[in-house]
Write a protein that binds this ligand. Sequence first.
Ligand code: MG
Length: 272
Amino acid sequence: MKNFFDQRENFRKDLKDKKLLLFLDFDGTLAAIVDHYKSATILQESKALLKQIAKDPGCCVAIVSGRALPDLKKRVGLKNIIYAGNHGLEIEGPGIAYTSFVKADVKSSFRKIKNDLLRRIGKIKGVLIEDKGLTLSVHYRRVDRKDLLLFRQIFLESAWPYLKSRRIGMSQGKKVFDIKPAVQWNKGRAALWLINYLGRRGHGRKTFPIFIGDDVTDETAFIALKKKGLCIRVGCGRPSAAQYCLRDINQVARFLRTVLDLKNGRIISRGV
Ligand SMILES: [Mg+2]
């Protein structure tokens, strides 16, 4: 996949006279991937740039993450932007408050899976179960390689009865299983919903969406948005539905700087 900074041309033209809708994932995009999900912190440079971008009336910033909404808001810590937590099942921002309805029996399935896992995982160290209300994440980044097979077996045995009967859905990210309600809703759907919503509020002004993310769950957004705007995958090694890639979170910060400079009408590097 081509790196945005090596290949992209006409970006200036894309942004000109349009309202920019900038969607960003959090972990692996604005914050480095860390061993324990609770240790992730936003890159300060990106935070400062997003703050500036969000002030521009021609821009709208939305952070779309698998994290629970309160956790995401705390970690980003910016006002006047949109937050979509739990893969878009809960969205909050200026004038927006949306929470997907999750049935009680789905929540009770989460609880049963969680209890079953806690009981059976026993000696396997490093499994972190994160209860996010509307979804349940089972992190295994810290599990020893020799225990991985057993861990996966136990996990699938615990979740399978609920998956089979479609009481729950599941997705996989980087060293994490996400157990969700079995609804057709994901980051891509949430982004389209927001584009629609913001478009209606934009009084006919054309919008240009950009989505940046690093993981499998972001691919749903790349597929949904690639014909409408610009999709960028963080990490250049793997196949992706995105048009371009950025090497790492530091290049994401550089990209944000480029957006800000273009929006401010500053002349920047050639080829952009
Ligand atoms: Mg991510």
